[in-house]
Design a protein. Structure first.
Length: 115
């Protein structure tokens, strides 16, 4: 079975990524303020994945209830979005908590400052 790419699917995916990026910038401001409340200035991996789940639920709720320009409420591909977002979140979490800690062991201390 051959799956053909459709420009409308690619266009909708790009619009979705733009909205996720914009919502992510807003969440980043809140996230940094919440990080200041923790004694070590960082969240553990489980809380970061919880934040990713919260962001996904927020985005899907906004799309389904309010709607966003460029994303049709009725044709929003929830299984496709869920699959993509799950793979992306787990991959970025694994890389952050394994590969980056191996490559830069000193960045965790002193708030990520090298010197």
């Amino acid at each position: 079975m051959v799956v053909k790419s459709s420009p409308t699917i690619a266009g909708r995916s790009f619009v979705t990524l733009i909205y996720l990026g914009l919502f992510g910038l807003g969440w980043d401001l809140v996230y940094h303020q919440l990080q200041r409340l923790r004694w070590d200035g960082d969240w553990n991996g489980l809380l970061q994945l919880g934040g990713a789940v919260g962001a996904a639920v927020f985005f899907v709720t906004i799309v389904k209830v309010v709607g966003l320009p460029g994303i049709d409420r009725g044709s929003f591909d929830l299984p496709g979005f869920s699959g993509f977002y799950t793979v992306f979140s787990l991959t970025s979490s694994i890389v952050t908590h394994s590969l980056l800690r191996i490559l830069s062991p000193y960045s965790r201390f002193n708030g990520g400052q090298w010197f």
